[in-house]
Write a protein that binds this ligand. Structure first.
Ligand code: H2B
Length: 149
């Protein structure tokens, strides 16, 4: 009779082992899912942070005379120089930096005035590159003779 009991106990133990193993697999699978969700959340956080930085920088530029373009996700500003040569020389500096960043302006020049628009065509709106180039335009402008009437 002890033999039967022992055998029976053995079966029970074996059965419990299987159950534990199954649970382990489930736990492992849940861990992977949680990890995956964590990555997704982290990714969302990065995107939100990036958008916040973009908005903050954008606001700062708007304070510096940049305007939003009607009906477009783009910013524009008009610069006035002392003459055509100053305007063209400033445009050359911007052109070189644009090539470096592979990010190019939309602009319109008449004599000593240049209107610049920044927008990222690849994403159909503003990106951090536009803001970076906006700052570059302003900083370069400071080194040119101006005519602010
Ligand atoms: C193919 C080339 O890299 C892309 O078209 C670049 C070039 N310059 C650019 N300039 C701007 N302003 N926006 C862009 O999306 C852009 N894309």
């Amino acid at each position: 009779m002890n033999m039967y009991k022992m055998e029976n106990n053995m079966y029970k133990m074996e059965n419990n082992m299987y159950k534990m193993e199954k649970n382990m697999y489930k736990m492992e699978s849940n861990m992977y899912k949680m990890e995956n969700n964590m990555y997704k959340m982290e990714n969302k956080m990065y995107k939100m942070e990036n958008n916040m930085v973009k908005k903050e920088n954008n606001m700062a530029l708007l304070d510096d005379g940049w305007q939003e373009v009607d009906g477009r996700d783009a910013i524009k500003k008009e610069y006035v120089f002392i003459n055509f040569i100053e305007a063209w020389s400033w445009m050359s500096s911007i052109a070189l930096e644009s090539e470096k960043n592979n990010h190019h302006p939309e602009w319109y020049n008449v004599y000593n005035k240049v209107e610049v628009i920044w927008s990222t065509h690849d994403v159909g709106g503003l990106s951090l590159l536009d803001i970076k180039m906006g700052y570059f335009c302003d900083n370069t402008y400071k080194r040119h003779e101006q005519n602010d009437y």
